[in-house]
Design a protein around this ligand. Sequence first.
Ligand code: TXA
Ligand code: MG
Length: 320
Amino acid sequence: MAEIGQDIQQAKALLEAGELVAIPTETVYGLAANGLNAKAAAKIFEAKNRPSFDPLICHTNSMEKVESFTTNIPNKAYALAEKFWPGPMTMLLDRAPIVPDLTVSGLGRVGVRIPDHELTLSLLEQLDFPLAAPSANPFGYISPTTAAHVNDQLGGKINYIIDGGHSEVGIESTIIGFENDEAIIYRLGGLSVEEIEDVIGPVKINAHSSSNPAAPGMLKSHYAPSCPVILGEELKAMAQQYAGKKVGVLGFDYGLENIPAEDQFVLSVRGDLNEAATRLFMGLRYLDGQNLDLIITTLVPDEGLGRGINDRLKRSAAKG
Ligand code: TXA
Ligand code: MG
């Protein structure tokens, strides 16, 4: 198993030696390596069992550093960076030649993010390269929001995990890119569309396709626990339909009489979508440990972080 702690100097030394370190962020934990070193970045793909066509996001701590490995940054990107970085937003920017093909799976743009986590920001400040970091889970599984989640699944493959507590936002960053000065959202996530539109006006959303060449990692099935997740209209009716099976519930109250309380995970008693996002992956993981035949759930209102939550619920319910 990996060592877990808050020793930034140890993490720095490992990363400078081309090794992997798991880092906390406000969205989910990342599996980090030197993004400008193809050999180091290759270890990420290997540890996660991630296909090489799925590019990595590069994390750093200042706009000046972003400018050192990207080019042609549009004005809208500066406006968004000013308002939302550090924060749960990734921008796809033209890459400079120092970014290796492997990091971006050969694409012309590199995903960039300044994450909002004190420990990780202090690590990034001390590094002279960005950290390529996908979510620190085996490919296709639920993203980790605690150091223990990372250790459970990847502990055997990495040396060190920085323990930064529970990820506050709980779902991955919103990914945004620009085509002919038009902003396009490729992944719904921890920053709401409404907040983005307040700054740069209307944006296009192109986050639905499973074969979207601009964001190759947006596969239809993702975030999948080991038992099926069934998305329906109404939990009570679904529980009746599957009576006789061991059913788990991911919902907003403990309202289902015939299902043991320990098989019901409440995302937010207050019906708060931000709290629901924070608890979403924890809930899926918890229910996955309850030895269930299936998990039933419903979509939430498609507003604010609800869109990012619904995106993940649909993917965790998708097959293949
Ligand atoms: O919140 C997050 O974004 C977390 C934390 C660790 O920062 N990271 C994360 O990385 O979710 P990952 O690898 O699990 O998802 C990143 C997705 C990729 O699957 C891909 O679809 C898209 O971002 N992406 C990254 N770089 C890209 C690029 N150059 N062009 C198009 N899509 C890209
Ligand atoms: Mg991921």
